[in-house]
Write a protein that binds this ligand. Structure first.
Ligand code: SAM
Ligand code: SF4
Ligand code: SF4
Length: 331
């Protein structure tokens, strides 16, 4: 399967100050030890190798990327790499009050902010340890820092927050921002995914259309979301239907874990060890060959296979396969 290599997602830490039930439900994980975490210099060098292979877009993620100390310094190093046109960050926004402006000044172009509920009690239930207000303050700081249109992500889970689809869409729209609803996925090994908890793209769009006239934008290309404009032109909305409408054939992303593994699929069980090569003194050319080889051999189509199994008489059981936790991978 030949897919262009366009988009590198960099996980800068596996730690997080939240414990969202759908992502990282447990208190403790076998955390990556400090000496195994790539330094900013190692990350920037790796990003340079990927840029040489055609990657133009970087996304910094985690875990929660803002818990990694000195993150603006990494952004500045990444922004200086020739060929990199876009640097985005996915965050829970809890530390944006202090960090929005330094990140913007360092060269961060875009922010995606996860927010699954606008109700303080429910927000705490979902995140298990966080308050909503600092997140709302962080969003305000992002606006003040001049990030322009923000993107929001919400994972929709049945029995948890599916009654907030319209409120969340309006929250984003009120400021001309974009809300993206994500189908609940069976990432990692601990989030107790079942198909009953899945709210499908079809259902999400039905709820949205009960209030708004939506205009479908151009095909999603290699983007994971199908995007829509509102008929009145204010803001936008999208759905990431990884479960019911998988897009493996167009998947052009590669992931670098916080401990320097190259992973080609969100549902992978192993990565390829780049850190060992970086630390044993391989040249950029050697690293580049290593990555090219991984990409050329890549045949991932996990979400497509899952859908086939979900529709088969025996069904799909996520527990049958051990995966890398999403916190190490970067969503
Ligand atoms: N901590 C940051 C955040 O929450 O935005 C970045 C990392 S988080 C793993 C990246 C994205 O993955 C978030 O938008 C989150 O909602 C999404 N995510 C996590 N677990 C998920 C799941 N089980 N199904 C769908 N999306 C999930
Ligand atoms: Fe942390 Fe983001 Fe996962 Fe929530 S979704 S537990 S904020 S990494
Ligand atoms: Fe890409 Fe894997 Fe997701 Fe398919 S399942 S879209 S290959 S990350």
């Amino acid at each position: 399967m030949k897919r262009p290599l366009e988009d590198l997602r960099i996980s800068v830490t596996d730690r997080c100050n939240f414990r969202c039930t759908y992502c990282m439900p447990l208190d403790e994980y076998p955390w990556i030890s400090r000496d195994q975490i790539l330094t900013f210099e190692e990350i920037a060098r790796t990003a340079g190798v990927f840029a040489g292979l055609g990657v133009k877009k970087l996304r910094i993620t985690g875990g929660e990327p803002l818990v990694r100390k000195g993150l603006p310094e990494l952004v500045a190093q990444l922004a200086a790499i020739p060929g990199i046109e876009d640097i985005a960050l996915t965050t829970n926004a809890s530390r944006l009050v202090e960090l929005a402006q330094p990140l913007k000044d360092a060269g961060l172009k875009r922010l995606t902010i996860s927010i699954d509920s606008l109700q303080p009690d429910r927000f705490r239930q979902i995140t298990q340890r966080a308050d909503l207000q600092p997140v709302l303050d962080g969003i305000e700081s992002a606006r003040e820092a001049g990030f322009g249109q923000l993107k929001f992500n919400a994972v929709v889970e049945r029995g948890v927050n599916e009654d907030e689809i319209l409120d969340l869409a309006e929250f984003a729209r009120a400021n001309g921002d974009e809300m993206r609803f994500i189908e609940f996925m069976d990432v990692g090994n601990a989030n107790s995914w079942t198909s009953e908890k899945l709210v499908s793209q079809r259902e999400i769009l039905k709820v949205l259309r009960s209030r708004y006239e939506l205009i479908e934008r151009d095909g999603r290309g290699s983007r994971p979301s199908q995007d829509y404009s509102f008929a009145d032109g204010r803001g936008g909305v999208g759905v990431i239907a990884s479960v019911t409408e998988p897009f493996c054939g167009a998947c052009s992303r590669v992931r670098l874990t916080a401990d320097g593994q190259v992973v080609t699929c969100l549902f992978a069980d192993v990565g390829a060890d780049l850190k060992g090569r970086l630390r044993s003194g391989e040249s950029d050319e050697q690293l580049s060959e290593f990555v090219t080889d991984i990409w050329q051999k890549r045949a991932d189509r996990y979400s497509e296979t899952r859908l086939i199994q979900m529709n088969s008489p025996s069904g799909y059981t996520p527990q049958n396969r051990k995966k890398i936790e999403m916190i190490s991978l970067g969503g």
